[in-house]
Design a protein around this ligand. Structure first.
Ligand code: NAP
Length: 302
């Protein structure tokens, strides 16, 4: 499930860490931490995934029955779950990770969640004597498997400097962008930039197909010019072929755009294209594409 491509890890002192949430992203990220020499205790709500992870990466490491047990004694606790409520579920309450965190430790959250929940949990962590860094990622499943994610962080600089070399096990760029919540806000900027672009790319490909062009050849040519993008390079071919059964799920994108549109209501930003594309993704969900890659936006135009 978590198969990763090992890479050269920078040598950093081994740390005792925990990882909560071994999904598409979390499984390989935790795998890189183990391969880099850290002692990793994992927790996953569905225990079978944790067992499979330990079988693949677990020396020295183990899986714990609750987030609290996983966090006990750890210098750094990482999480990568679904949304705000899922994050609260693994962090708060008597079996939540916060109940097990030791003084002076750091909690690093890689979930794409709201800036509000980041600030709320950062305040709770500080009152309890440890720190919280919001650290959503970009780079997708392939980035997690290759240990090449981009990590956007918000929080306290001293704690960030402590955890940055450890995150380097699964990332090629780890940057502190401001106070608590700034990582989540930067991820929203990322998703706004992607939403309009994928719709533009969809319209371009659908237009070219109707015009009878060989679109693979066209993308090869225009991909060397000003229209080039990550989406064109990594999704153009499969959009032409109509293959969407992989990648970053439409359900997750709608969750992210919901966070974006909520934040825009507060800060007054105008996002007409993003709001429209969010509704286009609702069409894709209704057509059965909840787990399709976000490039499936083109299916509305066929
Ligand atoms: N996939 C991507 O390409 C990508 C890229 C960038 C960012 N992200 C973000 O990264 C996060 C994780 O994405 P993913 O693709 O790894 O998702 P995923 O494969 O669905 O994994 C979600 C993980 O969270 C756990 N979880 C969910 N709700 C929970 C709850 N209430 N209590 C305890 N555990 C819970 C799941 O446990 P179970 O195994 O028990 O279900 C699973 O381990 C999301 O916020 C997503 O938006 C994803």
């Amino acid at each position: 499930m978590s198969s990763i491509n090992s890479r050269n890890y920078e040598s950093t002192p081994a740390q005792t860490v925990a990882f909560l949430g071994l999904g598409v992203m979390g499984g390989p990220m935790a795998g890189h931490l183990a391969k880099a020499g850290h002692t990793v205790t994992v927790y996953n709500r569905t225990p079978a995934k944790a067992e499979a992870w330990v079988a693949e990466f677990g020396a020295p490491g183990r899986h714990a029955a609750t987030p609290r047990e996983a966090a006990a004694g750890a210098d750094i606790v990482f999480s990568c779950v679904g949304n705000d409520d899922d994050l609260r579920a693994v962090v708060l309450g008597p079996n939540g990770a916060f109940a097990g965190m030791k003084q002076g430790s750091v909690f690093v959250d890689h979930t794409t969640a709201s800036a509000d929940v980041a600030r709320e949990l950062s305040n709770a962590a500080q009152s309890a004597g440890f720190q919280f860094i919001d650290a959503p990622v970009s780079g997708g499943q392939a980035g997690a498997q290759n240990g090449a994610l981009t990590v956007m962080c918000g929080g306290d600089k001293v704690s960030f400097d402590r955890v940055k070399p450890v995150m380097a096990a699964f990332a090629r760029a780890v940057t502190l962008l401001g106070a608590s919540g700034a990582g989540q806000l930067a991820k929203m900027v990322n998703q706004i930039a992607i939403a309009g672009l994928v719709q533009g790319l969809s319209e371009a490909i659908a237009f070219g197909q109707r015009a009878g062009l060989d679109m693979k050849m066209v993308l090869e040519v225009i991909g060397k010019g000003a229209a080039q993008s990550w989406q064109m390079d990594n999704r153009g071919k499969t959009m032409i072929e109509g293959k969407f059964d992989y990648g970053f799920a439409v359900d997750w994108m709608r969750k992210d755009l919901g966070l974006v549109l909520d934040e825009a209501k507060r800060n007054g930003a105008r996002l007409p294209v993003t709001a429209l594309v969010d509704q286009f993704y609702a069409d894709v969900q209704q057509a059965g594409g909840k787990r399709w890659d976000t490039s499936s936006l083109i299916t509305r135009l066929k």
